[in-house]
Design a protein around this ligand. Structure first.
Ligand SMILES: Cc1ncc(COP(=O)(O)O)c(C=O)c1O
Length: 379
């Protein structure tokens, strides 16, 4: 047997897996991994039960359930005034993760560079490496805003793709009008670049509204835009999402999609197709804002300093008044000694630099938020 040569030699167990495992071992309240612990809408559950009885158990068409594709297209029209070509510009994916992976495989060739803004969600860089490309990591500012000059400085003829995530995990930032314009100008000055816009938290934003790339005429003909039903409908375990891209890119994406999954889970797609026209997505921001505000209010008397959170369901905090430990060691101590599991932000940085910040997930029911904040305020 010949030696196995790892294609991802630098990838180990992710910090999410480590912290969730530690949370279970120590019976800690898990505010680490980003998943909601409250019930899914009754209507969505009842649609799922119905589709089970209605025998949606065989393969769906490769790009997705025809009804779901129509419903998503209508939502894109309603929320972003964007008209898409259902035949040629969209696929349903096995979560945003598969959309990101497949999109990157379709666009990036061997030796090409892809700009990733750190701290970043952990699946971008490995997907680039598996495509034979090279991730080029650019650090965000300390408040998680983008230094667009720094981004432009690393663009070369060899740069193929820029990855952005808005609203941002873990930073909780949302692009301003100036950010979107700066992004457009960069894309304009570098016409060989493609854009991957990860918008899985598109409906979870607070005082600052979300400007989707779907609404930017100048960007959409070069952009892959990614959404997740998991985030929008609190069903992360269903692993369903979608990817919108212009026809020439989508043609290549579909070639790969068919050999990665061929098609996505039939029952989840059928249930979502029936539920989507009834769902009021405009409510989601207010729903999560209540949770963010409750968490903030209850943490007021703690020694943590909460940074501004404008979107996503993550709250970043400084702990310098409490400890000098590294963010990893502090997160371990919080889990093991104080019974609350969190994620150290350095885990999202390629260079692992440590600004002594941790991330709380507030997508939790009131009881969990109350119990966790009670523990955190005693530290
Ligand atoms: C920024 C970001 N992108 C993508 C994903 C993956 O989404 P999905 O569960 O739909 O694959 C996540 C999940 O946490 C995320 O935070």
């Amino acid at each position: 047997m010949s030696d196995l040569i790892s294609k991802l030699p630098n990838v180990g167990t992710t910090i999410f897996t480590v912290m969730s495992k530690m949370a279970a071992e120590h019976n800690a309240i898990n505010l680490s991994q980003g998943f909601p612990n409250f019930p899914v809408a009754e209507e969505l559950k009842s649609e799922y039960k119905k589709v089970i009885d209605n025998n949606y158990h065989q393969y769906m068409p490769m790009p997705g359930s025809p009804k779901l594709l129509i419903e998503v297209a209508q939502k894109l029209q309603l929320h972003y005034n964007r008209t898409i070509d259902i035949e040629n510009e969209i696929i349903i994916t096995a979560g945003a993760t598969q959309a990101i992976f497949t999109g990157i495989q379709a666009v990036v060739n061997k030796g090409e560079e892809v700009i990733v803004l750190d701290p970043s969600y952990d699946c971008y860089a490995p997907s680039v490496e598996l495509a034979g490309g090279m991730p080029i990591h650019v650090n965000l500012n300390s408040d998680f805003s983008v230094d667009w000059n720094k981004v432009e400085d690393v663009i070369s003829k060899n740069t193929k793709l820029l990855v952005v995530n808005n609203p941002h995990n873990p930073g909780g930032t949302v692009f301003s009008q100036e950010d979107i314009e700066a992004l457009e100008q960069i894309m304009d000055r570098h016409p060989h670049l493609y854009l991957l816009s990860d918008e899985v938290y598109e409906f979870i934003h607070f005082e600052q509204s979300h400007i989707s790339v779907h609404t930017r005429e100048k960007l959409i003909n070069r952009s892959l835009i990614i959404s997740s039903f998991g985030k929008t409908f609190h069903v992360t375990g269903w692993k369903t999402g979608y990817l919108v891209a212009p026809e020439p890119i989508m043609k290549e994406i579909k070639k790969i999609h068919q050999y990665v999954v061929f098609c996505v889970n039939s029952t989840a797609q059928a249930a979502l197709a029936n539920y989507l026209p009834k769902a009021d997505l405009g409510q989601l921001g207010a729903f999560y804002m209540e949770k963010r505000d409750l968490f903030k209010k209850l943490m007021k008397n703690s020694r943590f300093e909460l940074l501004d959170c404008q979107g996503s369901y993550f709250q970043v905090a400084k702990y310098n008044e409490i400890s000098d430990l590294s963010d990893v060691d502090f997160s371990i101590e919080l889990t093991q000694k104080h019974g609350v599991a969190v994620i150290p932000i350095s885990g999202f940085n390629k260079d692992k630099h440590d600004d002594k910040l941790i991330r709380f997930c507030f997508a939790k029911d009131e009881e969990t938020i109350l119990k966790a904040t009670e523990k955190l305020c005693k530290i």
